[in-house]
Design a binder for this molecule. Structure first.
Ligand code: CTP
Length: 417
């Protein structure tokens, strides 16, 4: 198989690959594209931005410096742990993240720990250490065979049969994080698990191999799943295979949100933290055992402890202004989680939708500066008056126009209008 034809419909990618090929100046080495990018090219995936480049001779960092000297990139980062290089190539407003590795074998001394590696000059040994057959396909970037596919481990056949298959029986023992990777590929690419791989997965769960993996790595994987459009499917699969043992995920609310996120995007608010929202929608304390960023832990604990009470308060509101008062005192992620955790016919759900689709976005036309120029004294008074205007608007006492707000202020200042 040769992928040159397919690459013609990925013009920017083809340009970058050609330049990567030309920039590799080795008399005895070979250069390949491997892993996800080749897999996605074969199945006609759309976004191919992460490129894993493999060289069989020379130092990745020297090669990367070469590319920099040729003006292909400004951003290079060496990673000392495996002697690899990472770089970013920006071309016609598109960014490609490139990992450059030397071909290597890996030996896992303890399950879940980082492997000991040895550089080799064989593509075959390198692809054999990898997780799944579908990720072990390579494409030549050498000028004598550019685009040619090297599929030593029958990944293309598995892609055709829509199967995910490990390359050897110790795969999950070597690196238990592959349990999550398997679920991710399975759900993202619509694959089923090959028979032997399924038995190995079940044994890996029974043997609790994930206990050997750091919480940070597990949380990273969970975030990758939550970043997918239909992440509820991934959490359902965790339950199907008992991956979190005593924890069971109720995905009802998450599913509701993912099937209809429309009213959130209605007003184009980009500030929403959808990962956090999805964690709240799952409502599971399982996340609390990991180190989480940006005060997530406190936020999630607060939600789990208070969401019932918050919902009661929302239900007890009898005016838009009360609803606005309560809802605006909570974070958007919390009230949205309450909305989607309620059945759509629920009154709380309707109230929150109303808040989110209209009340939340109500603003005063007048600014603090306007008030000062109208004669209001600078200081605390400004925000109090702006609050008053907003309140009057929510209650429907002031029309939603600049003129109506000015009239309100003039009256308040005792002037004739
Ligand atoms: N890999 C592996 N075992 C792991 C992690 C990665 O064997 N625990 C190998 C796989 O061959 C994978 C490659 O390293 O293809 C690069 O990993 P990564 O960038 O995480 O995955 P991609 O294949 O690029 O797939 P995607 O980014 O689409 O998830």
């Amino acid at each position: 198989m040769n992928l040159l034809k397919k690459l013609e419909s990925h013009k920017l990618l083809l340009f970058v690959l050609k330049r990567l090929s030309e920039g590799y100046k080795s008399s005895d080495g070979r250069i390949y594209l491997v892993g996800g990018a080749v897999r996605d090219l074969i199945i006609d995936g759309e976004k191919i931005n992460d490129l894993d480049i493999l060289i069989t001779s020379g130092y990745p960092l020297d090669y990367a410096e070469n590319l920099k000297n040729e003006g292909l990139t400004d951003h290079i980062r060496g990673e000392s742990i495996y002697n690899t290089a990472k770089l970013i190539i920006e071309y016609q407003k598109k960014s490609f993240c490139i990992d450059i590795n030397h071909a290597r074998t890996e030996q896992y001394i303890n399950p879940g720990s980082l492997p000991e590696i040895e550089w080799v000059d064989s593509l075959f040994f390198d692809v054999s250490r990898r997780d799944f057959s579908i990720n072990a396909i390579a494409m030549s970037l050498n000028s004598d065979s550019f685009g040619e596919v090297l599929d030593y481990l029958n990944g293309i056949e598995d892609l055709g049969k829509k199967k995910i298959r490990v390359l050897h029986n110790d795969s999950f023992i070597d690196d238990p994080i592959r349990i999550f990777r398997l679920i991710r590929y399975m759900k993202r690419l619509g694959l089923t698990i090959e028979g032997n791989t399924k038995s190995l997965l079940k044994n890996a769960v029974i043997d609790n191999l994930l206990a050997n993996v750091s919480g940070d790595r597990i949380f990273d994987e969970l975030v990758k799943c939550l970043s997918e459009e239909y992440s509820h499917l991934y959490f359902e699969a965790f339950d199907t295979y008992g991956i979190f043992k005593d924890f069971h995920f109720d995905t009802t609310a998450l599913k509701r949100f993912e099937k209809d996120p429309s009213f959130i995007t209605m007003k184009g608010d980009n500030s929403l933290d959808t990962i956090l929202l999805k964690i709240l929608l799952l409502g599971s304390p399982v996340f609390l055992q990991y180190n989480m960023p940006k005060g997530y832990k406190r936020f999630i604990e607060n939600y789990l402890n208070n969401c019932i009470e918050w919902k009661k308060r929302i239900l007890l509101t009898s005016s838009d202004s009360e609803l606005h008062g309560i809802a605006s005192s909570l974070q958007d992620e919390s009230i949205l989680a309450i909305a989607f955790s309620s059945v759509p016919e629920d009154k709380a759900c309707a109230l929150i939708k109303h808040y989110f689709s209209s009340l939340k976005w109500m603003k005063t036309h007048l600014t603090g500066r306007d008030l000062i120029s109208m004669g209001v004294e600078q200081g605390k008074q400004i925000s109090i008056i702006l609050g008053e205007i907003l309140e009057e608007k929510i209650q429907g006492n002031i029309e939603d126009s600049l003129e109506a707000e000015i009239e309100f202020i003039e009256k308040k200042l005792g002037r004739n209008v």
